[in-house]
Design a protein around this ligand. Structure first.
Ligand SMILES: CC(=O)N[C@H]1[C@@H](OP(=O)(O)OP(=O)(O)OC[C@H]2O[C@@H](n3ccc(=O)[nH]c3=O)[C@H](O)[C@@H]2O)O[C@H](CO)[C@@H](O)[C@@H]1O
Ligand SMILES: C=C(OP(=O)(O)O)C(=O)O
Length: 415
């Protein structure tokens, strides 16, 4: 199993281009199922999750042409089944459910189990499709949804769900009449998906607000779309630079979606300057401890919690980090403790007492952002840190060790 070896203590310095967003690419790839015409995508990140999604679509019969940074998909004839062997490696496979039932009237998608960060039910996806007239049954571990023709409906989601909103927004594009999604997710990736669907001929308004309205059309057509830049990857580089007291510039950054992250970096003592799509961060001191409370967009993203918690482990002062989205998203804490971090957990809150140094050892990655937090900790620690099980990291970061290496980090992949 591959690992990362990191010798910490080098402030990050230099320039890095932000890649396309995993969480925008995945739903947009599944949007190809809504039309028989080609969907051409640009700025597609080179990630294992993207490879898995393309493999899933190909397994269903979608023609895929993949070249560096680009994917072209054509879903003429489709076997509407997402089997467990692919769904279990990537929960976002659930995003095929809405498009499949809307276009083909029959969809079978393996029920994703829980994962390292929480239970992660999909009841709101199912409830929404039922409100649109689908019949949904759980059969042999699969969600089986059928409908002659979906009908527009008013759907209220009692919890803000990102992929739930995306699934229902895609399904509603081909439903008869108007669908209103209330308490929708406002995440920038939902907006990017809406832009792609609009280019495909969908009628959507209100994306980026908590009420999205979709008027169904009989068919969508092909389109070309460039995937937005990844705000979580951008935030991860910025947190790593702040934690190592570095000086870096991000290019092609999704600056409009990074305010919650910029705000906390400035509170930590970093100088953050935005110029067009470039972001320059300079950190001249030990970070101040910053309080974090995760919440749906435009709040502080749960996908950045672990990275900021890592920075807080060496901060000046004590911080309180509260996770409100996922019930089990502190798996990195026990590993950070192995590096010398002083962290207590009380329910969904971590109390982090800043320590002026961490010491390298072997730690184990348990999920994607936990892996990123361990890499940041390794970049700060004295001596060598080995991060084991980095397949989690490869799900969502493009060649992270190469790009951190270009910023001066002493980091390499080992077998
Ligand atoms: C591929 C993708 O875009 N993944 C992101 C997406 O995941 P994902 O879309 O799976 O996360 P959700 O927004 O759905 O989850 C938010 C909360 O709603 C709950 N819930 C969700 C659906 C449902 O039917 N019932 C229910 O109770 C979840 O358990 C969780 O507590 O948003 C998360 C929250 O920003 C991010 O961490 C993930 O990176
Ligand atoms: C939790 C994440 O992803 P997923 O929803 O794909 O598991 C993430 O990107 O941090």
């Amino acid at each position: 199993m591959q690992k990362l070896s990191i010798h910490g203590g080098v402030p990050l310095s230099g320039e890095v281009r932000v890649a396309g967003a995993k969480n925008a690419a995945l739903p947009i790839l599944t949007a190809s199922l809504l039309t028989a015409e080609p969907l051409r995508l640009w700025n597609v990140p080179e990630l294992n999750d993207v490879h898995t999604m393309v493999a899933l679509l190909k397994r269903m019969g979608v023609a895929a042409n993949v070249s560096p940074g680009a994917v072209e998909l054509e879903a003429k004839t489709v076997e509407p089944y997402a089997p467990y062997d692919l769904v279990k490696t990537m929960r976002a496979s659930i995003l095929t459910l809405g498009p499949l039932v809307a276009r083909f009237g029959d969809a079978k998608v393996s029920l994703p189990g829980g994962c390292a960060i929480g239970e992660r039910p999909v009841d709101l996806h199912i409830k929404g499709l039922e409100a649109m007239g689908a019949t949904v049954a759980i059969e042999e571990g699969n969600i089986h949804a059928t409908a002659k023709k979906l009908k527009g409906a008013r759907i209220y989601m009692d919890t803000v769900t990102v992929t739930g909103t995306e699934n229902l927004m895609m399904a509603a594009c081909l439903a008869e009449g108007e669908t209103v999604l209330e308490n929708s997710a406002r995440e920038p990736e939902v907006v990017d998906l809406a832009h792609c669907l609009l280019a495909m001929g969908a009628k959507i308004t209100g994306h980026g607000t908590d009420v999205i309205r979709i008027v169904g059309v009989p068919a969508l057509h092909g389109a070309t779309h460039a995937i937005m830049a990844d705000r979580i990857e951008a935030g991860t580089f910025l947190a790593a630079a702040a934690a190592t007291r570095g000086n870096i510039t991000l290019t092609s950054a999704p600056v409009a979606s990074l305010d919650p992250v910029f705000d906390k970096l400035r509170e930590a003592g970093a100088k953050v300057e935005v110029n067009g799509t470039s972001v320059h961060l300079q950190m001249g001191r030990r970070p101040y401890a910053v309080g974090i409370r995760t919440s749906p967009h435009p709040g502080f993203p749960t996908d950045m919690q672990a990275q900021f918690l890592a920075m807080n482990t060496v901060a000046d002062g004590t911080s309180v980090v509260t996770e409100t989205i996922f019930e089990n998203r502190f798996m990195h804490v026990q590993e950070l403790r192995r590096l010398g971090a002083r962290i207590d957990i009380e329910g969904n809150t971590a109390i982090v007492r800043g320590n002026d140094r961490l010491t390298g050892t072997t730690v184990m990655a348990t999920d994607l952002r936990a892996s990123a937090s361990l890499v940041i900790a390794g970049l700060m620690a004295e001596g060598e840190t080995i991060v084991d099980r980095i397949y989690h990291l490869d799900r969502g970061y493009e060649r992270l060790e190469t790009r951190l290496g270009a910023l001066g980090a002493r980091i390499k992949r080992i077998a």
